[in-house]
Design a protein around this ligand. Structure first.
Ligand SMILES: C[S@@+](CC[C@H](N)C(=O)[O-])C[C@H]1O[C@@H](n2cnc3c(N)ncnc32)[C@H](O)[C@@H]1O
Length: 280
């Protein structure tokens, strides 16, 4: 709808009173997304009640893409751009040693495990320009949302626990296993901002007592799914990186910690030991 300045100012005032820091920007966005004045009023109400902006408008901006995000589904975070960047680099073979055959997969197999909305896999496939994408999540709401995003880039989405629902023929063929699983220690969920604590499900946040319980389960099974030169990439926090790396090492893979201070992001990469040095 084309809302006038007075309507936008009123929406911004309501949002500001509710504690929204970027009230003017959000009011403009909501006005642009609403189809009628009634629609705008309902959106402002939901946002003022604390619903994440992305859930109100139904999408999140991630890696320059518009990713559909339904209520109850984890909102992709900007820090996950590091995971996308690393996964894309592996997919495109940029990290392979030059002049040694360049065994770059023509159409790499990418698995986005614990995919939520599917944002990670979709961003990698979009950046890489074509890949065989498979995404899985245990939460039916996330799976339904991921289907919207992932099918738009020709990928497949499965529902179930970690590797359980993946097609068996992917075993030993995965070039990139990208994982942003829950990694918040259980006791710290109570300390998270209300938008996450109240509107994202515990299954999307809770990583067990030290936060890396799911990382351990992923790492334990990853090797049998990776291609000989495949790479496991797990998003974690700087504080938990050594625990995640230890889980990867315990599974028999070599582990490397990668961080990006600007994004405040940490990823641990796992590679078959015989290819770890060459993979860089
Ligand atoms: C932190 S969210 C990340 C979602 C998505 N990867 C992203 O970055 O936007 C973690 C996701 O893991 C899923 N999840 C939790 N436990 C799982 C399990 N055992 N198997 C598969 N998915 C799981 C949750 O449903 C949630 O969607």
């Amino acid at each position: 709808m084309s809302a006038g300045p007075a309507v936008i100012a009123a929406a911004a005032a309501r949002l500001r009173a509710a504690g929204c820091v970027f009230a003017d920007d959000e009011a403009r966005l909501l006005a642009a997304e609403a189809s009628t004045a009634t629609d705008l009023a309902a959106m402002v109400d939901r946002r003022a009640a604390g619903l994440p902006l992305e859930h109100v408008v139904g999408w999140a901006e991630f890696c320059g893409l518009r990713i559909a995000v339904s209520p109850g589904v984890f909102v992709p975070r900007r820090r996950s751009e590091l995971l996308v960047r690393e996964a894309t680099a592996v997919a495109t073979g940029r990290r392979r040693r030059p002049g040694r055959g360049m065994q770059r997969p023509v159409r790499p197999v990418i698995v986005d495990l614990c995919c939520g909305s599917g944002a990670i896999g979709v961003a990698v496939v979009t950046a890489h320009g074509g890949a065989d994408l498979h995404a899985a999540d245990i939460d039916p709401a996330a799976v339904a949302c991921a289907r919207k995003n992932v099918s738009a880039v020709g990928g497949h989405v499965y529902e179930g626990d970690l590797f359980g629902p993946l097609p068996a023929e992917l075993r030993g063929r995965v070039d990139v296993l990208a994982v942003n699983a829950p990694y918040v220690p259980t006791a710290e969920i109570a300390l998270m901002p209300a938008e996450a604590r109240l509107y994202e499900p515990a299954t999307a946040l809770d990583g067990g007592s030290d936060g890396v319980a799911i990382h351990r389960r992923v790492a334990a099974d990853a090797r049998s799914w990776l291609a000989p030169r495949g790479r496991l990439l797990i998003e974690t926090s700087a504080r938990q990186a050594e625990l995640t790396a230890a889980a990867i090492r315990d599974s028999g893979l070599a582990a490397t910690v990668i961080s990006d201070d600007d994004l405040g992001a940490t990823v641990v990469a796992g590679s078959p030991r015989e290819h770890a040095q060459r993979a860089g």
